[in-house]
Write a protein that binds this ligand. Structure first.
Ligand SMILES: Nc1ncnc2c1ncn2[C@@H]1O[C@H](COP(=O)(O)OP(=O)(O)OP(=O)(O)O)[C@@H](O)[C@H]1O
Length: 342
């Protein structure tokens, strides 16, 4: 029961051309920068936008209006009906498909039980917390037993701590769901945790896809490298030297030949006030262009040849008294650098 979708949407200045396959039980995350076409793809799958040729097991959804498609959608802001009770919200899709009230309510109650919200059945959505609203939206989407579950930034409306909990709950529900799931998200962590496969969309086209661990290890574009938090360059290798396309040369430990991608984590980069002496490392001079505090480290953005991101400890920041405009020495062990052909 593989789902095949050929999505083609043409707009002024934008064209979506996306072929997707999703296996039963598989969760595919669609990731991409603003304007890449993620929402357009989701809308075409849901039947809210023309341009989607979709088939499951040979039977096509062409011409099926949105309300007739076997699709459940969880929208970013959940779009619960404010005037209806939580139970009626969950029963809504079933009622719209002609299920009788008693049966629709019984199914909806089972779903509310499933998401742990039985006692909220009679409540109005405005009395729910963000995490609870998300669970109601998920129950509503799944109550009709859809073949395809579409999740549009399902955790974006939640604060950080709720998000952590709801993400793992959602993961458990997705494991139980036998249908096809497409998750649209900006958040690499949501994608890594929830998806079996990532499809990266840029400018309406797929630029990379694969299992999360493969995408993380071998990003193919700047966007993907940035997403997974790696330094990323293109270059040409000649043995243990890589000449980078945008300037600079790096020494690597494993010899390579020809055009390569070069990656290393910001944590592999060390910063010094003066040139570190007598080590087999890569060293070059760079100027601090930005400093950003993360949870346990400080990310330093440096202009140089090459430009580089470095994660350093708070102690280092204090010791070096880091300020934008400071000139520093960057040091990087050859063994920390990973290359792969492009
Ligand atoms: N209703 C519309 N009419 C015309 N152009 C639109 C419409 N909606 C989106 N676009 C354009 O289509 C392209 C794809 O937009 P889309 O919203 O699908 O991207 P996205 O990947 O979901 O972006 P974001 O992450 O910002 O939500 C963009 O160039 C956008 O400006």
């Amino acid at each position: 029961m593989t789902l095949h979708a050929a999505l083609r949407v043409q707009r002024a200045g934008f064209r979506l051309s996306l072929d997707l396959t999703v296996e039963p039980g598989e969760v595919v995350a669609l990731l991409g920068p603003n304007g890449a076409g993620k929402t357009t793809a989701l809308r075409a799958l849901a039947g809210l936008e023309a341009g989607g040729a979709i088939s499951v097991n040979g039977s096509t959804w062409d011409g099926l209006p949105a309300e007739k498609r076997p699709v459940g959608v969880v929208f970013q802001d959940y779009l619960l009906f404010a005037h209806m009770s939580v139970l009626d919200n969950v029963a809504f899709g079933l009622r719209a498909r002609g299920t009788r009230k008693a049966e629709a309510n019984a199914i909806a109650l089972r779903w509310l039980h499933q998401v742990g919200l039985t006692e909220f059945a009679r409540a109005k959505p405005r009395t729910l917390s963000g995490g609870q609203a998300q669970r109601v939206a998920l129950a509503r989407a799944l109550a009709t037993s859809p073949q395809l579950l579409l999740l549009d930034e399902p955790l974006a409306a939640l604060d950080a701590s709720t998000r952590l909990r709801v993400r793992s709950e959602l993961g458990r529900h997705l494991i139980d769901y036998p249908g096809h799931t497409l998750l649209v998200t900006h958040d690499p962590l949501d994608a890594m945790v929830l998806a079996d496969r990532l499809v990266i969309l840029e400018n309406g086209r797929v630029v990379q896809q694969g299992a999360p661990r493969d995408v993380v290890r071998q990003p193919q574009t700047d966007y993907v490298a940035h997403l997974v938090g790696l330094n990323f360059y293109r270059g040409v290798a000649d043995g243990t030297e890589v000449r980078l396309d945008d300037g600079g040369t790096l020494t690597i430990a494993e010899p390579a030949e020809g055009p390569v991608h070069v990656v290393f984590p910001p944590s592999a980069v060390s910063l010094f006030p003066s040139k570190p002496a007598g080590s087999p490392r890569n060293t070059w001079q760079a100027v601090v262009s930005g400093i950003e505090q993360h949870a346990h480290t400080t990310r330093v953005d440096l202009d140089g040849s090459p430009a580089v991101l470095a994660d350093v400890t708070t102690a280092t920041v204090a010791e070096l008294r880091l300020q934008p405009g400071d000139s520093l020495w960057v040091s990087l062990k050859a063994t920390e650098i990973h290359t792969y052909p492009r």
